[in-house]
Design a protein around this ligand. Structure first.
Ligand SMILES: Cc1ncc(COP(=O)(O)O)c(C=O)c1O
Length: 384
């Protein structure tokens, strides 16, 4: 049984380096403060002990475990040759924008969204059309109306994030159905980033976009990776599943000579993650769900902060507009908690809190936030 309560030293991680020599708790970038599964460390060690670090091709075993996993988890049938390996999912987003969209065509995405979705079209020289996801009474819904209105003859690609970072939604079949219908009717391609698909709470089911309608599979790349789920993002490695041969070739041609090969350690870690770590995944999911519930409880007691139900991921999207802050990131950092600024996701007035950490750190973070909010209202609100 893994001990997720254990506080480990992560001072050399990007996450904690940002706050080196300070007392700020790092709760921003999306990796977790847990040790990765022991099975992955053991398998990497075995590979490392072989001393063979020459060029390597994607192992057949990796393709086999991915095919099996997709079949078992989602009843989704994928052939070995439809799987491409990439150094990371963000690289996949960028390659799709470059290779599938002409310079005079546009890319649509719904914000708030993981920042590379907003950057990839423009750094690729393609036009971004951003639609906005409005919070509704039942939590966020995918902005289908806005999508319908945004599509023009020049719209070529939809970048979809499901489960949806940062708002934590697992899109429902009916939402996905409408998205698919709109894309099919307007001959749009889709890039579906499903990197958080294995971190879904409350017994919900993730539905791969590919499973909604087999016709969309011909216009689709699905991006996945074990990086988030098994906490191995620093090792790198992602998976692009493309059924359509012409689209697959375009994707490969755009990567040729520009994107480096996937490292043999990435392949090794990916095999072990998908083959050996299902029990670890179930345990971490349970722990994260407990952390999610704990965040909800704390938020209820704090005036000025709201949080919608996190259905997946380990990221809470906090609505802090009620605090009426001039500079929200600094407010939280001064309180001793380093969060991600919602503005970078296209959501000003919101902050993203990463609850993938031992409960003791999470408790301390909420204590600090509660105290800072008390003081804030004590000074500015209640005294007036
Ligand atoms: C939706 C989403 N896609 C991609 C990534 C990053 O993937 P990679 O590190 O494989 O580029 C993240 C990281 O948080 C993410 O949330």
């Amino acid at each position: 049984m893994d001990n997720f309560d254990l506080v480990i030293d992560r001072k050399d991680s990007t996450k904690w380096m940002k706050y080196r020599d300070t007392d700020v708790l790092a709760m921003w970038i999306a990796d977790m403060d847990f040790k990765a599964p022991q099975a992955i460390s053991d398998f990497l060690k075995e590979r490392s002990d072989s001393g063979d670090f020459g060029y390597t091709d994607a192992p057949d075993e990796l393709r086999a475990v991915i095919v099996e996993r997709l079949k078992d988890s989602y009843d989704w049938s994928v052939e070995h040759n439809e799987i491409l390996f990439i150094p990371g999912v963000v690289q996949g987003l960028n390659t799709v924008c470059r290779s599938w969209v002409q310079p005079d065509e546009s890319v649509i995405t719904a914000a708030p969204i993981y920042p590379p979705f907003l950057k990839a079209p423009e750094t690729s020289g393609r036009k971004l059309i951003r639609i906005d996801t409005e919070p509704a009474s039942r939590g966020y819904q995918y902005p289908l109306f806005a999508l319908r209105n945004a599509i023009t003859a020049k719209s070529r690609l939809l970048l979809l994030c499901n489960p949806f970072n940062p708002i934590g939604r697992v899109l429902s079949f009916s939402e996905l159905r409408e998205i698919v219908d709109l894309c099919l009717n307007h001959d749009m391609l889709v890039c579906s980033d499903e990197i958080h698909c294995d971190l879904v709470f409350d017994g919900r089911t993730h539905i791969p976009l590919a499973k909604v309608d087999e016709r969309i599979e011909e216009n689709l790349v699905t991006l996945i990776s074990p990086g988030k789920t098994y906490n191995i993002a620093g090792i790198g490695g992602g998976i692009a599943i493309i059924k359509n041969q012409a689209l697959r070739e375009k994707f490969l041609a755009a990567s040729q000579g520009v994107v480096g090969d996937v490292s043999l350690f990435s392949y090794t870690a990916m095999i072990s993650a998908y083959r050996d770590c299902e029990s670890w995944r179930r345990q971490v999911l349970k722990y994260l769900q407990g952390n999610r519930d704990y965040c909800e409880k704390r938020v209820e007691e704090i005036p000025g902060i709201k949080m919608n139900k996190v259905e997946a991921t380990y990221l809470a999207w906090l609505d802090v507009r009620g605090l009426k802050l001039d500079d929200a990131p600094s407010f939280f950092e001064e309180a001793g908690v380093g969060l991600s600024d919602g503005e970078e996701f296209g959501g000003p007035g919101f902050m993203r809190l990463n609850f993938g950490c031992p409960r003791a750190i999470l408790t301390e973070a909420w204590d600090r936030i509660a105290q800072a909010v008390d003081k804030h209202f004590g000074n500015s609100h209640y005294s007036s």
